[in-house]
Design a protein around this ligand. Structure first.
Ligand code: GAP
Length: 591
């Protein structure tokens, strides 16, 4: 639930310009504008949807395909028992404080963080947050009324709904895609042939009824997550650390955050493990995989770090957690969390559903073990306990497995719904037997890299935002990586002319056929068309002129976005050359 680590500047200049550009050029804008809009819901326009889709594809390639993981697509609404088991019904809360004057609700920890030196108020207990609000005489950000006497309350972030008519079957919009994977574990392990380790990914919507959504798509009420749940045998499985040992990272461990003169540490994944900075090798492995991936999709590595959660900040399921954070106008925002979830989720779902959330671990050699068993005499238990007889059997079995000494006397004591009962041991069929076992059932542990796609899209746009001057004119452009840019190439006829337009259309069609994303534009002067493409981050523009049509393959002008350099290329080679650049096999400068 933590997101912006520092107070978020609502009005930093680049963000303001970026949000305006995003709306004007079709990246993203507040939804349902015709009805006044509604806080925390955004629509990705044509450019934004394409950029987001490219980011998701890149994530899928790296975290599902390249890692050999399975991808699933589960429903976004799940029944109440799922969230009783997962702990979200009881524990997925934020702190809310309501203004006594205007009635507006605010996240109490944000009110504290935005107006005091506290950086991580989310980890403070509620009474302490109330004390800080009173001590600093904090006021409502909306109307300025004092909040000192207001109670701070917990607010569950899940959107509730009813499944079918009536209210007998409550359901919730999933607050994380992860639960859709955990609940299907008994089937997914079969698809993995019961072999650990294995990973399951999912890219999809998650919903949180945020108290105060803000900073455009950074904190919304509906957003996209790309999550990997990686199931391991904690005693047997080890990651391929060699593959990531040399990856250079900037780390901000909890110890440094807590120290007065603490600072970020530049190191490698290998050294961080050796020095005990990152304790879980699995978390370290995924940080090592994620860092170059973030770089490849366009996150500026000078504005990127991994920050460890402080103990009070961790979600209810996490044993350890590191966030990937990006710097946006002086504020660090959380783009992803890498959590060691231990066996928390699978154990909880096993307990609540009664299904098997375990995997069979085969011993190297079969083992002979002593097992305490019971075989109760039902002709005794039936008349004694009636309908509760089976519950007594279950209790006796559990007790024998856990405490065989309890059967050493003449009677054994069991507890049934808070009431104690004495049962003669001779009626329980208690025995200790030697058994040969080939293995045991274990509950896998989970490592979870959980990416927020919207925040990544925002970061990529923010880090790509540039302003310069071209031929004495101001220019804004997005230096997006070709891999994620919504459009790879713009194709223009130099001016209004049937023949030029026909040739440009033919070239555009050929480039599309080669698998490139192409936009055709014949409106306005050529300089304006370049600016338009620069502003949406199109890496290349192709202009068709009279030379192109009057000579046998007279070529076209190809202009590169960042340098604005132009080169003449034969039409016949165009698709092949641009495809090679798109694939990273050729540089524009080499042409
Ligand atoms: N399954 C783990 C989990 O959901 P999280 O840290 O709560 O962990 C993961 O969420 C990511 O989802 C965050 O790092 C963030 O990028 C994104 N995220 C969370 N809440 C969000 C919100 N309200 N709006 C946009 N993105 C959000």
């Amino acid at each position: 639930m933590s997101d912006d680590h520092q107070a978020a500047g609502e009005s930093d200049p680049t963000s303001e310009k970026l949000v305006e550009l995003a709306k004007r050029r079709g990246y993203f804008f507040q939804s349902s504008g015709a009805y006044g809009g509604v806080g925390g819901f955004y629509t990705f326009g044509p450019q934004g949807a394409a950029l987001k889709g490219n980011v998701e594809d890149a994530w899928r390639d790296r975290f599902a395909v390249a890692e050999g993981n399975m991808e699933i697509d589960a429903p976004t609404i799940m029944p109440e028992p799922v969230f009783e088991a997962s702990g979200h019904l009881d524990g997925f809360d934020d702190m809310l404080v309501e203004c006594p004057e205007c009635g507006e609700s605010h996240r109490a920890d944000h009110v504290v963080e935005d107006n005091t030196e506290y950086e991580d108020a989310e980890s403070l207990p509620i009474p302490e947050v109330e004390e800080v609000i009173a001590e600093y005489e904090l006021v409502c950000p909306n109307c300025g009324a004092g909040l000192a006497d207001q109670d701070v309350e917990t607010f569950n972030l899940m959107f509730a709904t009813n499944i079918g008519p009536g209210d007998s079957d409550p359901g919730y919009m999933r607050p994380e895609t992860a639960q859709g994977i955990f609940v299907e574990f008994p089937r997914l392990k079969e698809y993995a042939r019961n072999q650990l380790p294995f990973g399951v990914t999912q890219i999809g919507r998650a919903y949180r009824n945020e108290i105060s959504p803000r900073r455009s798509i950074i904190r919304t009420r509906e957003f996209t997550q790309a999550e990997l749940e990686y199931f391991i045998d904690p005693e047997e499985d080890e990651p391929d650390l060699e593959a990531v040992a040399d990856v250079e990272v900037t780390l901000y461990p909890a110890s440094e955050q807590n120290a007065d003169d603490g600072s970020e540490i530049r190191t490698t994944i290998g050294e961080a493990i050796e020095e005990g900075i990152i304790t879980s090798p699995w978390v370290a492995y995924f940080l090592g995989v994620a860092k170059p991936w973030y770089e490849a999709v366009g996150v500026d590595m000078d504005r990127f770090r991994f920050r460890q959660h402080l103990s009070g900040e961790r979600a209810h399921y996490a044993a350890d957690c590191w966030d990937a954070e990006s710097e946006v106008d002086g504020n660090w925002i959380e783009m992803a969390g890498f959590a060691y979830r231990s066996d928390y989720d699978l154990s909880k779902h096993a307990e609540h559903s009664g299904d098997r959330f375990t995997v069979f671990r085969q011993y190297d050699e079969p083992k002979t073990v002593e097992r305490a068993t019971v075989d109760p005499d039902m002709s005794y238990l039936g008349p004694e306990f009636g309908g509760d007889a089976q519950a007594v059997v279950d209790e006796l079995e559990a007790l024998a497995a856990r405490d065989r000494e309890a059967f050493e006397g003449d009677t054994v004591e069991i507890d049934l719904e808070g009431e104690s009962h004495e049962i003669p041991v001779e009626q329980t069929g208690f025995a200790v037997e030697e058994q040969t076992e080939a293995g045991e059932h274990i509950t896998p542990h989970v490592i979870e890299p959980s990416f927020g796609v919207d925040r990544l899209v925002y970061t990529v746009l923010h880090h790509a935002y540039r302003e310069d001057e071209v031929s004495g004119e101001d220019r804004t452009f997005l230096e997006l990586e070709p891999e994620v840019a919504p459009t790879f190439v713009g194709v223009f006829p130099l001016q209004t002319d049937d023949e030029l337009e026909a040739e440009a259309q033919t070239i555009a069609a050929e480039l599309r056929e080669a698998g490139l994303s192409v936009t055709y534009d014949d409106s306005g002067n050529i300089g304006r068309r370049y600016r338009r493409q620069d502003e949406v981050g199109t890496p290349f523009c192709v202009t068709v002129d009279y030379e192109s049509i009057e000579q046998e393959d007279g070529g076209v002008t190809v202009r590169e976005r960042d340098s604005t350099d132009q080169k003449r290329l034969p039409i016949d080679d165009l698709a092949e050359t641009l495809s090679a650049i798109r694939a990273g096999d050729l540089e524009f400068e080499e042409l």
